[in-house]
Every structure is written in C-alpha cells, then in structure tokens.
Ligand binder design. Structure first.
Ligand code: GDP
Ligand code: MG
Length: 454
C-alpha cells in the first residue's frame, strides 16, 4: 500500500534535509516533486492542487522559516495535510438510538460488497454487537448463497427469507423484523450491484433507503480501480446519499489514489479498508496512522492493535511483567515464539514499523516454520531448571540438548544467542509499546518516533 508514494516523498524530505535553510527556491522544488509523486499515485488532480496550496501556504509561514530545522517543520506540515486529506480523524460507525441499526451496503458489482458485509459482521461481533446479515440480491441466487456461507464462517446469523419473499424490499423488511424479534442490534443489508450505475439499481436502493431509514449507507469500492472508484462513489453520493466508504482490495493497490482522493471529492469519510480475501481482512481506517505510515514514520499503533488482537491478552501481560522484572526465561521465549508464529509473516508487521535502516531490508522476510519447530524442540529438550537458568547451560549440557532434540551443538548455540538478543530487544520494544498501550488505551503516544532522520 502506498509504496511508491512513500518512497518518493521520503526522498524529497531527504533532499530538503540536506539544505541548510528553506528558501523559496528549494521549497518550490520540493513542492514540485511532491506534486508529481501524488499525481503518479493517481490522486485526483483537484485534490493534489488543494494539497500543494495548503502545504505551500503553511510552509512559507513565519515560524517555519525562522525555525531551527525548517526541513522537519515541512515534514510535519505534510503529515498534517495528508492526515486532513485522508479525513482527519477516524470516522466510526454510527448506531441507531432504537435497535436494530440498519447498515445498507451498496456499490458496483464485484467491488466486494458481500465479502465486506461478512467482514463487518465479524468486526461488529468482536466489538460486542450482535449483527445479523441479509442479502437482497434477488437476481443472483449464487450471491445470496455466497453470503450464507460467509455468515457461517464469521458466526453471524443470516435471514434467509421465505420463497414468497422475492422482492428486495420484502426481504429487507422481514429481516429487520426478524432482527428485532431475535434481539440482534445491527442489520447488515447486502444489496445487488450492477456493472454500471443505472436507474433501476438506484431506484431499488432509494426504495430500500426510504423504507429502512438506514443509519449508515456504506459505499463499497475497489481500490484497484483508482479514479473510477472515486467517480462512482461521487455519483452514488449525489444520487443516493452515502454516509461512508469501504475501500476493498487495498492489498493489491500499490498506488493509493482512490484512498487519497475519495474523502475530498465526495466529502464522505473512508471508514474501513479491505486488505485481503479472508474474513478477518478488514481494518478500521485511521487517517493519522496512514499518513504517518506513508511518510515512513511507521504505524506503531496499528501494530499494537494487531499484536493485541492476535496474542492472547493474558499471556501478553504476563510476558510484559516478566520482561520488566527481568525474569524472561527460555520457557517464556518458547511461548513467545509460538505466539509470534500466530501473527503470520513478518512482512505485514514490518510494514507498520518505522522504516529505520536495516528494518526495511527485513520487509520480505518470512517466519521460517522449520526454524520455529527446531527452536521449540531444543527448548523442549532442556530440563526445567535449565530453562529457568540459561547461564548454567555449559558445553556438556549443550551436547546433551542437541542430541535430545536431534539438532547440532551449533543450533543450540544459535538459539541461546537469539534468546539473549530477544531479551534485549523485547525489553526495549514490545515492553515499552505494550505497556504504553495498556496504560494509555487508545491515546496517542506523545511525540512518538519523532520525524525520520531528523
Ligand atoms: N484481495 C482482496 N480481494 C477482495 C477484497 N474484498 C473482496 N475481494 C474479492 O473480490 C471479489 C468480489 O467480491 P464480492 O464480495 O463477491 O463482491 P460484490 O459483487 O460486490 O458482492 C471476491 O473474489 C472477493 O474475494 C479485499 O479486500 N482484498
Ligand atoms: Mg455480492
């Protein structure tokens, strides 16, 4: 996501940093490069124009020119403006005063409506809501069947309808009654899509809107279609009135033009992004985090969210206490490795971390399953006393452990070395981040990370 744009912007700032002072000349040059980078990322030209004007106005302001490090100020201005361009603050779903909250999911065919409806049911369920699904795509039985299967996967009930209910409106009304009777507090309505916007589709959606009074009308768009996604979002908004956007297939979108334009063009917020085909691949959209990520400042808050969602909370807390209390044993190390394996490939995680030097190189690294198995086997072959007192593991113990685990003394040596490094690293990184997130909840970490390279 945003890879090219990110690389280019970081290069601009690096050059700017080389200049001692900000002048009209080097600022103009930097702005020109930022403009090209945005246009190449397929950002709408109007959005680019507005962005450049804003940055220019702020960067030429008095405080910046007299600041100690003007380059740093400019990065901050760009980050703030990028955040604004992405919508400013996170835009959460709204709920009706009287349940059930009705959420209408609309968009063109193939954009990811059905998949997103199920993903959203999963997210809402995790947050403590009791969502119910219904498909009103009466034209394609396969589409309704697809939602039934997905509903099972995410563990949400679906209103299947009776054979007499052949119209979208009838189905939706019955589903709402069903939700009310069964105590479900959110009804997600997956609608039919067309390849192009047409009057019949809009008429049908308007009818649903008038009858159901949805709290949210979420437009689902395929990020890979770039400005086409923005255009259709705008058209839907004009004709129907949407309340937010879910941008899907961000995992396949290297440029990011739709994400960066949709807010400014439609005036409606991006609420969620789809980042894969699986039911758990939906993320809430945080403009400030994404802006930081684009500028290579990492996205430690999303990283913490992911770690917390994946790793069993209790284990993580115990681990943190151990780390801080300095009694992180080989048994804990083994547990930790098992947990890390659950997080999946390192690539996704490293994307969220500040791109400092060598970390960037690690980006494509994958957790090696056989390596994980070997490490666990070695630790299993130690006595409990050894696991708690790694210092006593001398040469003869190492030989015995190697033999017991079917590995070599070299492997055992490596593992002990890794363990030593992990103790150090964990203490400084996860220890701090985890504890901070625990103490501060969702609060922003003040001054986090500073600005890259300054
Ligand atoms: N890679 C990727 N594929 C997605 C994402 N969201 C949906 N898809 C795929 O896009 C295709 C169309 O999705 P579907 O939900 O059926 O679209 P609909 O016609 O709008 O209901 C399916 O193959 C989905 O698996 C996403 O975020 N990432
Ligand atoms: Mg569908």
């Amino acid at each position: 996501m945003f890879d090219n744009l990110s690389d280019k912007l970081q290069r601009v700032f690096k050059n700017l940093r080389g200049e001692g002072k900000l002048t009209t000349a080097n600022m103009d040059e930097a702005l020109r490069e930022i403009r090209v980078a945005l246009l190449e990322a397929d950002v709408h030209f109007k959005v680019v124009k507005q962005f450049i004007e804003q940055v220019k106005e702020k960067a030429m302001g008095e405080e910046v020119l007299t600041a100690l490090s003007p380059g740093q100020q400019v990065v901050k201005i760009v980050r703030d403006e990028l955040t604004k361009m992405l919508g400013g603050h996170q835009s959460r779903l709204r709920f009706a005063n009287e349940p059930p909250t009705v959420i209408l999911i609309v968009g063109l065919q193939g954009s990811g409506k059905t998949t997103s409806a199920a993903k959203l049911a999963r997210v809402l369920g995790k947050e403590g809501s009791k969502p119910e699904l219904v498909s009103v795509d009466v034209y394609r039985p396969a589409a309704r069947h697809q939602l039934s299967i997905l509903a099972k996967t995410v563990g949400a009930p679906i209103y299947e309808g009776t054979p007499e209910e052949t119209k979208p409106l009838e189905l939706a009304r019955s589903a709402r009654r069903d939700a009310m009777q069964t105590g479900r507090d959110v009804l997600l309505v997956d609608t039919a899509g067309r390849q192009h916007i047409d009057e019949q589709l809009m008429g049908e959606l308007r009818e649903l809107k008038d009858a159901l009074h949805p709290t949210e009308i979420l437009f689902v768009a395929d990020a890979m279609t770039g400005q086409d996604a923005v255009r259709s979002a705008d058209e839907f908004h004009k004709q129907l009135g949407i309340t937010g956007v879910i941008l899907t297939k961000m995992d396949g979108d290297a440029r990011g033009g739709a994400a960066l334009s949709i807010r400014t063009i439609t005036g409606q917020p991006l609420k969620y992004v789809g980042v894969g085909e699986k039911p758990d691949a939906l993320e809430a959209f945080y403009p400030d985090r994404v802006a930081s990520r684009i500028l290579g400042m990492g996205d430690v808050l999303s990283l913490i969210d992911k770690v917390q969602e994946t790793i069993d909370q209790k284990t993580a807390e115990q681990m943190q206490e151990k780390l801080l209390g300095d009694d992180f044993t080989l048994e804990d190390f083994r547990e930790q490795i098992k947990q890390i394996r659950k997080l999946g490939s390192l690539g996704g995680l490293l994307d969220m971390m500040p791109q400092i030097g060598p970390l960037k190189e690690l980006k494509n690294a994958k957790i090696d399953e056989s390596e994980v198995g070997r490490v666990v086997a070695i630790i299993d072959s130690m006595t409990p006393y050894e696991r708690r007192n790694h210092m006593i593991i001398n040469g003869s113990r190492r030989r015995r452990i190697a033999k017991g685990s079917g590995t070599s003394v070299q492997d055992v040596n490596n593992l002990l070395k890794q363990y030593g490094q992990a103790r150090k690293m964990m203490k400084s990184f996860v220890g701090q981040a985890g504890l901070l997130s625990k103490k501060m909840g969702k609060m922003k970490i003040p001054g986090f990370g500073g600005l890259p390279g300054f």
